[in-house]
Ligand binder design. Sequence first.
Ligand code: NOJ
Length: 569
Amino acid sequence: MLQRCILRTYHVLALVLCLSAREDFDWTKNEKTSFYYSTFPTGFSWGAGSSAYQTEGAWNIDGKGMSIWDAFTRKKGKIFQNDTGDTSCDGYNKFKDDITLMKDMKLNHYRFSISWPRILPSGLKSEHINEKGIKYYEDLINMLLDNKITPIVILYHWDLPQLLQEKYGGWQNVTMVNYFNDFANLCFQRFGHKVKYWITFNNPWSIAVEGYETGEHAPGMKLKGTGAYKAAHHIIKAHAKVWHTYDMQWRSKQKGMVGISLTADWGEPVDITNQRAIEAAERYIQFYLGWFATPIFNGDYPQVMKDYIGRKSGQQGLGASRLPVFSPQEKSYIKGTCDFLGLGHFTTRYITPKNYPSGLGDSYFADRDLAELVDPKWPDPGSEWLYSVPWGFRRMLNFVKTQYGNPMVYVTENGVSEKMVCTDLCDDWRMQYFKDYINEMLKAVKDGVNVKGYTAWSLLDNFEWDEGFSERFGLYYVDFSNKNKPRYPKASVQFYKRIISSNGFPNQREVESWKRKAVETCVSSNQLLAADPLIGHMEMVSEIVIPTVSTLCILLSAVFLMFLLRGRI
Ligand code: NOJ
């Protein structure tokens, strides 16, 4: 929130800046004519994503333990309208229906996460394995495979077992490394003969910064200037350990791959002729993506992070840098622990240098010495932070290629939201977003970036963390007010289907007809959705009103009968 408030101030700044320095921007980057008609390499994998806490619901069903998100959402005022993921999309009970939706879209893969406390309620493998939780994921994986949909499985999408938070302080404590490794090892043992794509962590930046620095996310800790760095340090070690476990114990038998999924925005220098702006933009990306990617691919934190945090820690009179240090053994243990990189990407910022004097207090944000700006012309249909800037995606992908030795990349998250008030299923802006972002990814493939797959975020509208259900990223609209959580296709479902079946954008004539055709189909879905409150009302009548009235009638009759009988006696 705080970060968003700061950003809001910069919106205004950006406006002023844009008006006064228009020539600084290269507007041709957004020109429609730069659309590239071609297809992706054969075998390119198309998918959609979800995560356990955001989608499953069933928070206390079948022996599941509590996660930090179950605890955090119970604290008043942390989440928009105090929403919780208690029932969410009810994915736990409706996964078969969801696989039917995926099949209809002809998805090649589905990326989802395993809830650690669903299979290890206390977090510890040595204490209790919840077989019902294991069975749920077995059924999900089996049904995906029966339908020729490859599971891409994330081991940690933010839902740490609450007991590990309470007993040890969660990711502030290095003991998480072993506990997480035990959990991962159990998953390899139970599911690894069927799952070939494993991702250790999803978006560790968010876990560290929003969980332990700003406290906007669970576990809500505000340890400014140290908490995020410490959490990240342990997460990187945990990732490396799990990769080695797989490598030593399972790889030869199971023949799968283990990667990590890093989510980051692109940072573009606000003035590409200004060296200080160029360096600030570089810092932005190194503090974001590089923080995790550089140790994993190159063996240590980015030099610029070590320099800036070290210098500022010194100015603050600290004896050591607030950025923890890897020992030489740790560096070589961590380096190269990534069979493929999962990349999440949503938006871009313009970056300008800004000095944060050390007296103002330390924080991850101040350590970077920069300010983020946005162009007021960028479309922003939903979440406040999410501006559609497709060209940033191509730059990000090329950055990954050059910085980390052109690793195999799976895009694990990319998409756009709309606000709660919007119940229009004809989501024109989302089709445009997907079209432009996927096209930039196609250009990146042409540039030689080794992208193997793309995951639209998300399959369904779901619980959007501190924003509750107010922001909808789904290809499918979910009616959360109805206890059956019905799903309705937005127009983007049809649009994405066409991209998938053509494996890209074959030619102008065809592609230009896609939107029109998609909108034709969404009109009928809109009507269905409009009828939904009526259906909900009818359900309420049959499930609540009728039984209540009947019970009352029976009671009244009984009382009446008693009076009658008494009268006789
Ligand atoms: C990335 C997160 O991993 C995901 O959980 C979230 O829904 C999207 N960002 C959109 O905010």
